[in-house]
Design a protein around this ligand. Structure first.
Ligand SMILES: Nc1ncnc2c1ncn2[C@@H]1O[C@H](COP(=O)(O)OC(=O)CCCC[C@@H]2CCSS2)[C@@H](O)[C@H]1O
Length: 373
């Protein structure tokens, strides 16, 4: 049974969620299933945080079901420049999010389901959750060959990844979240998860690439809706409940007081890019200028997403030492981000309003810098 957001609100009245949660207690003994109305990755990740921070998970287990518009979700300790094609993502309007759990990078769209199992730390059991998902899939297609691996992936036919897992363990509570590929864009997925940027030295967590497959490629009946329904039923059986799914709007502050702030934290540049572990970039470019090839060596250290140091190696008869230093110095302290660099160089160029030569040269270097961000 599905409860609409309006019914939910009526049920909750003006009560804060924890009071509402107590009320759910009479409806769902131990397991509560929530399904998001939003396809916004930041809003949905904020719901996970909210439940984690506000609900009494000693008394109750929660399953949160959600789907996102096209987006890439990196792990807490990853480097987005190493993990994905940010240029392609900007071009296609594909969002980038950093989650609070560790692990690798995955692609989401409406053909991918996300399942978050929230429990007390004592009850946290990823394998049990994955077996629940397998049972749900087998209820729909008994001959489906799906297995969980030691690293908590789900493999189809022994080789195709259909689900990836990550987790966050708190002091007393924990959550395990996983993806499930039903009908995602399988041609776009490997393209966005292929970084075109080389010359990055970093200790960030690397992803473990696999060959993926959509469930609906094997059985067209395995749609997101059918799979979510089946998972919800299986979850409810576990708790001997009726399969009630509460549809929730993550933008609803009356239901989730304080959630907007959580969402704002998650979509902030300083969280998404700024939490990248410190890294270095070493790159050599060739610039063609008036029929001669000029080598440009770039060395940068990036800390908290900002350029901490920058050295540009250029022939001094091409760009004077002073102009090279000016450019270097203006880059230090800037975000490692294309729009910021373009803005900076444009501003710096105003100090040389009549110098066409410097305009061309700085712009050429700027273009190269932007190509690696
Ligand atoms: N949506 C999706 N599902 C399954 N596998 C995927 C997906 N997207 C990419 N991949 C494949 O997994 C590897 C990365 O594997 P790796 O093992 O490195 O990372 C993961 O699996 C992380 C899973 C995180 C799940 C969270 C749940 C809610 S928010 S995100 C990638 O290179 C692709 O080959």
């Amino acid at each position: 049974m599905l409860f609409s957001p309006l019914t939910m609100k009526r049920m909750c009245g003006q009560l804060l969620w924890h009071k509402a949660a107590a009320r759910f207690g009479t409806l769902a003994r131990e397991g509560l299933i929530l399904q998001s109305t939003s396809n916004n990755v930041y809003e949905n990740l904020a719901v996970e945080d909210w439940i984690h921070d506000h609900m009494d998970l000693e008394q109750k287990n929660v399953l949160f079901l959600w789907r996102n518009s096209p987006s890439v979700v990196i792990g807490r300790h990853q480097n987005p420049w190493k993990e994905c094609n940010l240029h392609l993502m900007r071009e296609r309007g594909i969002g980038l999010a950093r989650r609070r759990s560790g692990g690798g990078t995955v692609y989401h769209d409406l053909g991918n389901i996300n399942l978050t199992f929230l429990t007390s730390k004592k009850k946290y059991d990823r394998m049990e959750n994955l077996h629940l998902v397998i049972r749900a899939l087998k209820t729909l297609q008994p001959y489906l060959d799906v297995q969980a691996t030691k690293r908590y992936d789900l493999l189809l036919d022994g080789k195709y990844k259909i689900s990836g897992t990550a987790a966050k363990l708190g002091r007393t509570i924990a959550y395990h979240h996983c993806t499930l590929l039903c009908s995602a864009d399988s041609s776009l997925l490997p393209l966005v998860l292929q970084s075109p940027y080389d010359g990055i030295q970093s200790n960030a967590t690397p992803s473990v690439p696999s060959v993926v497959k959509n469930l609906s490629q094997v059985y067209s009946s395995l749609t997101c809706e059918a799979v979510m329904d089946s998972v919800a039923k299986e979850y409810s059986f576990q708790f001997d409940n009726k399969p009630n799914v509460y549809v929730v709007d993550p933008g609803d502050e009356t239901l989730f007081p304080g959630i907007t702030q959580k969402k704002n934290e998650l979509c902030n540049w300083d969280w998404i890019y700024g939490k990248t572990p410190k890294f270095d970039v070493q790159k050599t470019f060739q610039i063609l200028y008036k029929d001669t090839v000029v080598n440009v060596n770039i060395n940068m250290a990036i800390k908290n997403g900002y350029i901490e140091s920058c050295s540009l190696g250029l022939p001094s008869d091409w760009l004077s030492e002073q102009q090279c230093n000016e450019l270097q110095n203006s880059l230090v302290g800037s975000k490692y981000c294309p729009s910021e660099i373009v803005f900076l160089v444009t501003t710096l160029l105003r100090t040389y309003p009549d110098d066409k030569d410097i305009l061309i040269k700085w712009n050429m270097i700027c273009e190269k810098l932007v190509s690696i961000m």
